[in-house]
Design a protein around this ligand. Structure first.
Ligand SMILES: [Zn+2]
Length: 405
């Protein structure tokens, strides 16, 4: 005998009486607070909605037992509960806050799908109502911001008109004649949901009775999922909560930038311009410093027996930005080789004047074989970053030794 689905006739039914047909031990059930013993309960009738068609299951209570899960098994609805129940009459109570939230999101999804289809020719291929995020997957060209805003505006206009949401029954052919678009594979009498003058879609889910109860609809981000476009949305209390979180975030950003929330964008633009200007002046200062330091180092370092000048230095407590211009400056002097590392960051730059005639790329390769890191370059100029900055001096000593061979 199939379970009588009370939510089909009245999706607002929160408590109901039913006859318990069966209660048998089930596999232990994993809850957020640990795994608990569980039983499978069959009733002759139920207001509990099972997970199906993109809408999550209801929770609540049957007698004193907590309902942990509800699912379809052929024509039966199976309730998973955390206590054994005795045969006889039982009372069920649906967690209404959770269910009504699902009804708002689900009816809102119908409305949004209808707007995407009717106004922009974008069919919905699937949807998902999550605990945090609700999404619709659309097929076709990428929905632009104008499309997303247009759909949000049109859907909210129908919310404000508070149109009735009706349930219709009929065979697939009868519903098709009434404008039901979606292909349906099920046989027999089907159930369809209709928003007056907006949409008729086959659906077995639970809905609010008029569009006004959906509450405000917010359309969020759109991203590509395989060949389709996934659009996030939120309705009713959820939309209010999300808008509130966005507001708090904007307040926090304004506080951080010491400005009013509506001035945050201008303040970010200003901070970015300042950052770019600082970067430019830092680079100029580094270049000047590099030129002065290089001149000093060249003067202080004598040439070796082979006529080459090797300047090896581990820089510390200095800006790593100095490494590159300093090596470049040093390599401008004939027969000069610069080996520089930065102790804090493990950055390494080797450069030479071509007249020095070494193969720095080959030397770096050998150094990195001993001291792990990533890098590369040409015969005359190489850069690398060591995996462990603490081994900077070791890498420098290794390179010096290789130069002497
Ligand atoms: Zn539906």
């Amino acid at each position: 005998m199939a379970t009588h689905r009370l939510y089909y006739e009245d999706s607002y039914l929160q408590t109901f009486q039913a006859r318990l047909l069966q209660c048998i031990p089930a596999a232990p059930f994993a809850t957020p607070s640990g795994t608990v013993p569980a039983w499978e309960v069959l009733l002759d009738r139920t207001a509990f909605y099972p997970t199906s068609g993109g809408q999550p299951n209801d929770l609540g209570q049957i007698q004193n037992a907590r309902v942990l899960d509800v699912h379809d098994e052929n024509d039966d609805i199976v309730h998973i509960v955390d206590q054994e129940l005795q045969a006889g009459e039982v009372q069920g109570c649906v967690d209404w806050a959770r269910r009504f939230d699902h009804m708002q999101q689900h009816t809102g999804q119908h409305l949004l799908s209808a707007m995407f289809q009717e106004r922009y020719g974008l069919p919905t291929v699937s949807f998902h109502l999550g605990a945090e995020l609700c999404t619709i997957d659309l097929r076709g060209p990428e929905p632009t911001d104008d499309v997303l805003h247009g759909v949000q505006r049109a859907a909210n206009a129908i919310v404000f008109e508070d149109r009735p949401v009706n349930v219709r029954y009929g065979t697939a052919d009868e519903l098709a004649a009434q404008g039901v678009r979606k292909e349906v594979e099920r046989q027999g009498i089907l159930r369809a949901i209709e928003m007056e003058a907006a949409d008729v879609q086959p659906c077995g889910g639970t809905h609010v009775k008029s569009t006004g109860q959906i509450g405000l609809i917010l359309v969020g981000r759109c991203s590509k999922i395989r060949q389709d476009w996934r659009v996030e949305f939120a309705c009713g209390a959820r939309a209010g909560r999300l808008a509130g979180e966005d507001f708090e975030l904007l307040q926090a950003i304004g506080k951080r930038l010491s400005c009013a929330p509506e001035e945050a964008l201008a303040a970010i633009d200003k901070a970015q311009r300042e950052r770019d200007a600082h970067f430019k002046s830092l680079r100029a200062a580094m270049q000047q410093l590099a030129e002065a330091r290089a001149a000093l180092m060249i003067r202080e370092t004598a040439c070796g027996p082979d006529g080459c000048r090797v300047i090896a230095q581990a820089l510390q407590e200095e800006n790593a930005e100095l490494l590159l211009p300093l090596a470049t400056e040093l390599a401008k002097t004939e027969r000069t080789i610069a080996l520089l590392v930065h102790k804090e960051t493990g950055q390494l730059v080797f450069g030479q004047h071509p007249s020095a005639g070494k193969d720095l790329a080959n030397i770096l390769k050998k150094v990195l074989a001993d001291v792990p890191g990533k890098g590369g370059g040409t015969r005359d100029f190489v850069r690398a970053k060591l995996a462990d900055p603490a081994r900077s001096v070791e890498a420098l000593e290794g390179a010096k030794k290789l130069l002497g061979e």
